[in-house]
Design a protein around this ligand. Sequence first.
Ligand code: UTP
Ligand code: MN
Length: 576
Amino acid sequence: MEFVEQLKSSVDIVRTIGEYVRLKKAGGSSRYTGLCPFHNEKTPSFSVNPIHQRFKCFGCGVGGDVIEFIMQIDRLTFFEALKLLAERNGIAMPKREYADADSRLRAALLEMHEMAAALFQSNLSGTGGADARAYLAGRGVPQEDLDTFALGLSDSGGQQLFRRIDQTRFPPEVLEQSGLVMKRQEGGGFYDRFRGRLMFPIHDHSGKTIAFGGRALRAGDEPKYLNSPETRLYHKTYVLYNLHRAKDAIRKLDYSILVEGYMDVIGVYSAGIRNVVASCGTALTNTQVRTLKQHSERIVVNFDPDAAGSNATEKYMQLLLDEGMTVRVLELDRNLDPDEYIKELGVDAYRARLEKAPSYFHWLADRARKKFDIHTVEGRIQGFKFVAPSIERVPDRLERFAIANDIAGYLGVDAHMVRDHFSRNQKAANRPASRGPVVPPNERLLLNSLLASELARMQVIPHLSEMSVIERFTTRNVFRAIFTLHHDQVSFRFSDLEGRLEDADRDLLSAVVFADDIIEEQDALAQAVACLESLRAQEPKSEMAELRARVQTAEREGNLEEALRLADELNRRSRR
Ligand code: UTP
Ligand code: MN
């Protein structure tokens, strides 16, 4: 496993994780913190420690090294995560090791998608693509967008792609799992899934083609869009169309725009508004929302006008709010979707609408204004009650009240009523996330200094391991493991230490390592010696205290013989 260690030490964990999570340096410490990408939270409990090259979330408990981070966030196997990190950091992988069957399958599927995308593209630009090109031109999609979005055309014969794929390299069971070709019901053999369709490649966040959406070109061809099935590469509920192109803009502008269709993305993006994504023909899921949230917590939802107010839309908005997103709503008039709107009214008009898009709650309040007679007190109250259930679901208490007051003002409802309403509905109160176990400061400091320096370990461990106070430490198992490691070997690795601990002790260790103590290697020895000294001063005293406690317990339990014996012992010691 030498390569793994080498890779880990040459990869910058803060930079790597920073690609997925917005990290801020924790004040006065070497740590970085951010919102955990693995669960929904408002305040950051996710922490990265560059010294020990570890990450940890004190909210949901996930943690590990940079490879484990990549495995979890990108849902990759160990080998794939290694490969990805090596590629991104320009490190050569040793050829022999690591490839397991699952990684080989994924690699084969990726290659097939690569081939398919190239074939579809060349179909579109070739002679057979004239009609499709005319269709796109008619819809106002210029040549450069065809390239940007790698649009293509699938052959209508149903055999072209299948023939192109090298059957000697991809056995039938792999072909079947690609979702690109389908097995005939009778007679054996395969045929292409996509036939005579305009092809939209779907990418993962790093830009690899993992699936396709295919739009029918002839009216009456059903379905209008045919999408890849779930495969080992493609998990619909995780993927957002265009995310890999949009993510930088989403971070920079600090919001994303969610539209409904592939064509909407293309229309908006190529008009110069880059922070736009869509889900791929499925209802939005919480994993997709979390993915977006990694780049920005703010979102503008631009749904088709007929969808506004439908049950599906309500659910979808709730999902965004429950995940802690700040939501604005862009509802276009004249029954146009974003693509059509930009084509008809121009990008400036769209941009203006985008900038003016109201918050979700104001948008709901606007709907309430239309629904109820806002000129009467009754109507205003009804209006507020229409919006209130959504406000109640805002996870953060202060934010909830602020929004409630704001909307009450907007609808002209008395603030008293708001307070009444919300004190009767306290169920939505949210509990703060657990911050992990607490380690007493002296144990923390001592551990951090031992972890920081070999010299500190050499000088201090021989004394420390003799002392009985350690046995009363919360972190005694961590200390014991360090003693054993120190005793057994010369080079001390953090991962070896972790490997010796049970879950609970590992959590303790994380709490130590991610505390805000900064101990530079050159100060570690002095710090460790200081800790040792203060422990020494405590030691006899604390032993006495323990004896005293045992005397009391024995008395309470009526075990007088034992109490006397302990009291004797106590006397003897205090005379010494
Ligand atoms: P739309 O019908 O609004 O498509 O469906 P569109 O992207 O605006 O395309 P044009 O403008 O009609 O060409 C929105 C999205 O819903 C999914 C696709 O992801 C589509 O982009 N969808 C739609 C399907 O998956 N299957 C369908 O049959 C229809
Ligand atoms: Mn459309």
